[in-house]
Design a protein around this ligand. Structure first.
Ligand code: SF4
Length: 346
């Protein structure tokens, strides 16, 4: 009898080890990887930053799948994830990360995909006690109940410290060959990786999600605070939070300033319906104004763009401002640094 397991595979060390433990028991593994729209390496790929090593720009789940010789299904949840991330039932972690809601959503999807892949159970690389929000004993149980996977969700790395699953009880999985890792130390995983011959995995573990990033989170919560209550949120809103310096000019107005050539190029893709700013004669950033603006607002934005340009001194420089077909030029004196600091969200 062929035993098939569906595994959540991020390409990080823990999920890779969990998959390897399953494979070593002769279990057929089908990997699932979820695109939430908040993956840092995906955004780096979009930005195509110069000078980055190739290794930081790949899809780690596909890389791990290829290393382990297992198929990976990429599941795009980015649209429906928006409502979770803005209104999580279980709340946020330390930053803007709704990890518990996120895990529940992914595992519900995995449960729904079990028939398609003829899988008898689902497994993850979760380690008891490793992450404060999702990997406590109580939350691991909560996830099983909320996803209707009670008894069908195996955590191979910590299984010996958790109740036996149906897969173990029925002999589909040999419990003796599972592990009892627990706690925040990563040492047991590094030792296991060495033993199993796994030498490729991204560093640091778990650092792939924008929502755990304090800088992104500041922009995220600022966006949530000031958006009009009846405004529909879309993916573009969150995409723009990933790049540039963000400066709040008023309750309804924000300026996004590119920090390098890659970000400037990226912002230029989002000029439709927005005022876009850039210096005319000297190198400097591209900036986008979010929200409806007055002439005075645009003059302030131009002064900020002048401040972040290569211009030195206090003389005015010409800034081009364009919204769709309308183009104007503003001669702007660079704004003082302490004023920009007051406006800076991040
Ligand atoms: S770190 Fe991000 S992707 Fe991972 S569970 Fe939390 S919210 Fe989801």
């Amino acid at each position: 009898m062929i035993v098939t397991a569906l595994g959540l595979l991020s390409g990080g060390l823990d999920s890779t080890l969990a998959a390897k433990l399953m494979l070593d028991q002769g279990i057929r593994v089908q990997g699932l990887n979820f695109n939430t729209g908040f993956c840092i390496s995906d955004t780096r790929r979009q930005l195509k930053r110069r000078g980055r090593k190739e290794g930081t720009l790949r899809n780690e789940a596909l890389r791990a799948g290829s290393d382990l010789n297992i198929p990976i299904e990429i599941v795009d949840v980015s649209e429906e994830y928006l409502s979770i991330v803005t209104n999580p039932r279980w709340g946020y972690g330390k930053n803007a990360n709704p990890c518990l809601d996120c895990r529940i959503m992914m595992l519900r999807k995995a449960k729904a995909l079990m028939p398609k892949f003829e899988a008898q159970f689902v497994f993850t690389g979760e380690v008891l006690g490793q992450r404060p929000m999702t990997q406590k004993r109580f939350t691991l149980r909560q996830i099983e109940k909320q996803t209707d996977l009670d008894g069908y969700l195996l955590r191979p790395l910590s299984a010996l410290r958790l109740p036996e699953t149906e897969a173990e009880k029925s002999g589909l999985v040999d419990r003796q060959r599972l592990l009892g890792i627990a706690g925040r130390s990563r040492k047991p995983q590094f030792e296991l990786a060495k033993r199993l011959g796994i030498d490729e995995f991204p560093q640091p573990a778990g650092g792939c999600c924008f929502l755990t990033d304090p800088n992104y989170s500041r922009k995220f919560f600022d966006f949530n605070k000031y958006k009009a209550p009846d405004r529909q949120i879309n993916l573009e809103d969150f995409t723009l939070l990933k790049v540039g310096r963000h400066l709040r000019l008023s309750d309804h107005l924000k300026l996004i300033v590119g920090r390098d050539e890659a970000e400037n190029n990226f912002l230029e893709r989002y000029t439709l319906g927005r005022w876009a700013f850039s210096p005319v004669d000297i190198p400097g950033p591209t900036a986008l104004l979010e929200g409806s603006s007055s002439e005075q607002d645009r003059a302030l934005a131009a002064r900020i763009v002048a401040r972040y340009s290569d211009h030195e001194g206090r003389s005015p420089i010409r800034i081009q401002c364009q919204k769709d077909q309308e183009i104007i030029a503003i001669d702007a004196v660079p704004i003082e640094s302490d004023l920009t600091a007051q406006l800076l969200i991040n």
